[in-house]
Ligand binder design. Structure first.
Ligand SMILES: [Zn+2]
Length: 388
């Protein structure tokens, strides 16, 4: 556990301002004091070139493996095996510099149960902000959700999820890729239903994440007042204009699509999922470019756990996708730290007094080259280096 530490360079505050010779003291897992120069006493200098806030991955599925057919695998999985998978996947995120994740759905709420039971045992893990998901029995994501069809059933499910100490509810405004029988562009909840359910979740103190690929689903979710929209693959200028006046944040998970499409194993996937992802990949790329051009509020996820999308280093790939879509490195890094933490209401977000001491120590400066995110020297969570 570090009590004090000094960095050659650190990106400080919500603007991620590069500052040389930064020292910080750490108390109770938080940054207690911060300054430049030698520090209050003989503070050891960290060997890394630059310190940035730990990354915030706003969309993962810790209880899914990222294999060829996660739907079939999840349906067949045994609860005891899930705990081991969750711990291993959580540690993979941590090793790749992610210090906070939001889990957006697991079979039988396995992740919520694990977090409520006091975390992940002795294993080191990122901070986990967990959601309970609700879908219809045949809807997208039904294998990682509670089932509901009527408003009353949705309210019962919300109550149960709140009872598991969740912070978020995940809804499915449209169909999706990895669930058989659903269509990504098609709506899966009527506008009045999604509005009623989002309002009920908010009344119970839960924030709402809406999975939405198709235009109608995106619009219904925005109008329902959800807090985040996941994927937004068919976003157009019309929905972008609606988003401008809302509190809603978009969460890009493009890496999930890119990993599936570029996998040399893709022919072994569920054929229906493969056919759907090939159709929608170009739309999702264009939607991200639109979101960047329109400067919409954007946070970053990986959807890790989905088909051919294993846990770990997805945020590094996302950084490159965001950069290709038109974001400069500073904006990419803010989206992956500050914006994510604001959306989740948790995690470090940025390095300042009073913030959690979650630090990603890199051997090169990611403001100069985002590839530096792969050059991890050490990951620190709450002042404790990972692996110690
Ligand atoms: Zn997902």
């Amino acid at each position: 556990m570090y009590k004090a530490i000094r960095f050659r360079k650190a990106l400080l505050g919500p603007e991620l301002k590069p500052v040389d010779n930064v020292w910080m003291t750490i108390e109770g897992g938080l940054i207690a004091a911060l300054g430049t120069g030698e520090g209050p006493a003989e503070v050891p200098r960290h060997p890394a070139a630059v310190a940035i806030p730990g990354l915030v991955d706003c969309h993962v599925h810790l209880a899914l493996s990222g294999g060829a057919d996660v739907e079939r695998e999840a349906r067949a999985s045994h609860p005891d095996a899930r705990q081991d998978l969750i711990e291993a996947n959580a540690f993979s995120h941590l090793q790749s510099g992610v210090t906070t994740v939001r889990d957006l759905g697991s079979p039988e709420d396995a992740v919520l149960h694990a977090v409520k039971a006091g975390g992940l045992g002795t294993a080191q893990a990122p901070r986990i902000v967990a959601a309970g998901a609700i879908s219809s029995p045949t809807g997208h994501g039904n294998f990682l959700s509670r089932w509901a069809t009527t408003p009353g059933e949705y309210e019962e499910a919300i109550e149960a999820i709140a009872g598991l100490a969740a912070h978020w509810v995940k809804l499915f405004a449209t169909g999706g890729v990895i669930t058989t029988g659903t269509v990504p562009g098609a709506t899966q909840m009527e506008p009045s239903l999604i509005s009623n359910v989002a309002a009920a979740a908010h009344r119970s103190g839960l924030a709402v994440a809406a999975h939405a690929h198709g235009r109608d689903g995106i619009r219904n979710a925005i109008e329902a007042g959800v807090d985040s929209i996941e994927h937004f693959s068919y976003l157009t200028a019309d929905e972008a204009a609606l988003l401008n006046g809302s509190r809603c944040t978009l969460v890009s998970t493009l890496v999930a699509t890119e990993r599936f499409v570029s996998s040399d194993q893709r022919e072994t996937a569920n054929p229906e999922a493969l056919a759907k992802i090939l159709v929608h990949a170009p739309h999702e790329r264009a939607a991200l470019e639109l979101a960047v051009t329109a400067r919409l509020p954007l946070a970053v996820g990986t959807d890790a756990g989905t088909t051919f999308n294993p846990h770990g280093f997805g945020m590094q790939e996302q950084a490159l996708h965001l950069n290709r879509a038109g974001m400069d490195p500073a904006s990419v890094l803010r989206a992956m730290t500050v914006n994510g933490s604001r959306l989740l209401g948790g995690g470090a977000g940025y390095l300042d007094v009073g913030r959690p001491a979650d630090v990603l120590c890199l051997d090169a400066d990611p403001l100069e080259d985002l590839g530096a995110l792969y050059q991890i020297n050490e990951v620190i969570v709450g002042g404790r280096p990972v692996g110690t």
